[in-house]
Design a protein. Structure first.
Length: 146
């Protein structure tokens, strides 16, 4: 399942918490997001004539979006999501702009991996990984707060 977690520009999402399905294998999924999560990037120069399933296509068209660039976020082994950018004109995203967007998606992926590793280090420093029980350091820290 996938769901939008952040956006800027048009407020076309009626229910941002709404999830939509993304298959875990290419044969069972024709959606734009599903393909991008499994690959690197897709440039969709005209969303009205795109063969891919684009969730919220009608809302995007009504908001004036005509073309999309959708990029993969996450490491090669662990997809986290996708980064979607839209423009108001068809076939407007050039190869140079796509390279810039790929760099932005790469930086987002790096930041997400850093935050994930930071959370893991914090957990391992205060909890026993096998049992999930608190370690002495957490006990002493909480005792000092009292």
């Amino acid at each position: 399942m996938a769901r939008p977690v952040g956006w800027a520009g048009y407020e076309f999402l009626a229910r941002p918490e709404q999830e939509f399905p993304v298959a875990d294998h290419e044969a069972g999924d024709t959606s734009l997001m599903g393909r991008v999560i499994r690959t690197v990037a897709i440039l969709c120069p005209d969303i009205e004539g795109s063969p891919h399933v684009i969730h919220g296509r009608d809302q995007l068209v009504a908001a004036g979006v005509r073309s999309l660039a959708c990029l993969h976020c996450g490491s090669t082994n662990t997809p986290v999501g996708s980064f979607l950018c839209g423009t108001g004109a068809s076939a407007v995203i050039s190869q140079d702009e796509l390279l810039l967007l790929e760099e932005v998606a790469s930086n987002l992926s790096f930041a997400l991996q850093y935050l994930d590793k930071q959370d893991a280090v914090h957990f391992l420093s205060y909890f026993e990984p096998l049992t999930g029980l608190a370690k002495r350091a957490l006990f002493c820290e909480r005792l000092s707060r009292c």
